[in-house]
Design a protein around this ligand. Sequence first.
Ligand code: SME
Length: 160
Amino acid sequence: MAENLIIAQATDKTSRYQALVPQIESLISGEPDVVANLSNIAAALKQTMNFFWVGFYIVKNNELVLGPFQGPIACTRIGIGKGVCGTCWKEKRTIVVPNVDEFPGHIACSSDSKSEIVLPAFKNSEVALVLDVDSDKLNDFDETDARYLEQVMRMIERFI
Ligand code: SME
């Protein structure tokens, strides 16, 4: 396991993701524990990308329950189809929200959150957890975030 994260100094997000993704690969390599791996992935994303909030909601007993995260405290349970996370779960797809105030049913854990991206990870073709990333800036997520974070979700599918 890598002990230190090398954080790319580049300001463009593509370069930072390109430096980060292989490090996440080595961070989780050989470690089967789900909580340990999700915790380190949340920390690595926060440290490298400086997201306002980044973390996981895990499907448990037909609800999304808060998992490892970095950032301010957050709501603990989300139903299917509720908010951005519950919609990602129901529709089984990545959702990019440029302005959370314009997303019907958005769940505001923090009034500082302005835009959001949520991605699913699958086990046996069902959503097992979602990665939720919030920004305090409007319109902060795009295809680049979706592309690299989806690579991270595919890595997560190997240990869940
Ligand atoms: N905004 C999310 C809820 C989780 S917090 O942002 C951490 C949603 O609408 O599902």
